[in-house]
Design a binder for this molecule. Structure first.
Ligand SMILES: NC(=O)c1ccc[n+]([C@@H]2O[C@H](COP(=O)([O-])OP(=O)(O)OC[C@H]3O[C@@H](n4cnc5c(N)ncnc54)[C@H](O)[C@@H]3O)[C@@H](O)[C@H]2O)c1
Length: 382
């Protein structure tokens, strides 16, 4: 019986942002080893990363195509690939690995077009392969606690949602002309690499997914006003949303809000109470029941629901954050795949990682917001 999985990465060179977090998250439970990669299209960075992690030279690849094909043919091929490269790389890379019989965990946003996402879903199903889209915040203990409390009816029927993801790091781009866009070094602001949206695609999708994960509600339509401030892609978005239960909400997604670093805040309002989760203080959850003072739930305490208890890694009072959120997603992902490789049945209820449907919903959301903005913030079906 196998106790370890082997994985490879596309993207995630030593100097990348989130690829490193993936490796740390995977390492938490010691059940998967990185043995292959195409870490960068820059040969030097690719080699440096491979050398640092002592990846066998035969398994360092110059392109994702070469990696998918050669790994697919090996008897000891990788069990799964992590795609942590810019957005334009996701679809074609995911497709290549699925075609070669390898499970895929891909960063968000899943792809550029909804049809691409549906094609990947169909391919994964046909091949009997697992597909995760890394909406990392769903791995947070207190996000899971919010979901459990909402499921149990603690705050009643949901009647309003107010959520924001505010950052300030692009404020200097406001009003810059294209020839002065030195700060636009990041691929996130290049439509060929990022897709049709920067701000909504990059962080708005996290709002959309975190709310969907906590509440179980589906978005029906959106009315969005995006601000470009002279840039090719949006830097700021104010979005009115309508859910399938008839409730409405407001999502604010911005990279030009001075004073805000990584301010994902989700407030869910129900007929009996309200829940608030603040990403920058992720170990607590505020719960207010109608007519009562606000209660602060602390991670790691005995009163947490069983699901949250199950993902606690440290005693209460010891902060857990983004790394642990990744580790929690990877724990379920790796446990499920270990069952697969050992020929054991997998219980879907134990697979608490974001599936490809969540990724497709995110792409739908981005398209609906961009279309709505083009129609002067008219309502557009998601
Ligand atoms: N889930 C999250 O919380 C979260 C956070 C940040 C970024 N992301 C997503 O992760 C992805 C990567 O973002 P990042 O901030 O780490 O970007 P980054 O620019 O820091 O790193 C991208 C890496 O991909 C490599 N790369 C580029 N093209 C490649 C190709 N064709 N083949 C192989 N490697 C290639 C680059 O060399 C680099 O190592 C994006 O899709 C982004 O939206 C998700």
């Amino acid at each position: 019986m196998r106790k370890t999985l082997y994985y490879g990465m596309v993207g995630a060179s030593l100097s990348s942002f989130i690829g490193v977090v993936h490796r740390i998250g995977i390492s938490f439970d010691g059940r998967a080893k990185m043995v292959a990669g195409c870490f960068s299209t820059n040969a030097k960075k690719n080699q440096e990363t491979a050398d640092f992690y002592e990846v066998d030279q035969n398994r360092v690849y110059a392109s994702y195509e070469e990696m998918a094909e050669k790994e697919g043919k090996r008897e000891d091929k990788i069990d799964f690939v992590v795609i942590s490269a810019p957005n334009n790389v996701h679809y074609k890379t995911a497709k290549a690995f699925l075609e070669n019989g390898i499970h895929v965990l891909c960063e968000k946003p899943l792809c550029f077009e909804v049809e691409e996402g549906e094609e990947l879903k169909k391919l994964a199903e046909e091949k009997g392969l697992f597909f995760c889209v890394n909406y990392s915040y769903s791995g947070n203990n207190m996000v899971k606690e919010a979901r459990e409390l909402i499921r149990a009816g603690k705050i009643g029927r949901i009647i309003n949602v107010n959520a924001e993801y505010l950052q300030e790091y692009l404020v200097d781009d406001v009003g810059d002309t294209e020839d002065k866009m030195v700060k636009l070094s990041s691929w996130r602001k290049d439509p060929k690499v990022a897709g049709i949206s920067n701000c909504v695609g990059d962080i708005g999708t996290h709002i959309e997914n975190t709310v969907a994960y906590m509440t179980g509600l589906k978005l029906k339509r959106v009315a969005a006003k995006l601000d470009y401030f002279g840039q090719p892609l949006d830097l700021n978005a104010n979005i009115l949303v309508e859910f399938d239960n008839g409730a409405h909400g407001v999502y604010c997604s911005s990279q030009v809000c001075v004073g805000h670093m990584n301010g994902l805040v989700v407030r869910i309002f129900g007929t009996e109470g309200a829940i608030e989760w603040v990403q920058e203080n992720p170990n607590i959850l505020s719960v207010t029941l109608k007519g009562q003072p606000t209660q602060i739930y602390n991670r790691g305490m005995g009163y947490e629901t069983a699901r949250s208890q199950a993902v606690n890694r440290l005693p209460s009072g010891h902060p857990e954050g983004l790394y642990v959120a990744f580790a929690n997603i990877y724990r379920d992902w790796i446990e499920a795949l270990l069952k697969v490789v050992n020929g054991e049945p997998v219980d879907p209820a134990e697979c608490d990682f974001p599936k490809i449907d969540a990724g497709i919903e995110g792409v739908r959301f981005v398209h609906a917001c961009v279309e709505s903005n083009a129609k002067d913030a008219a309502w557009v079906e998601v």
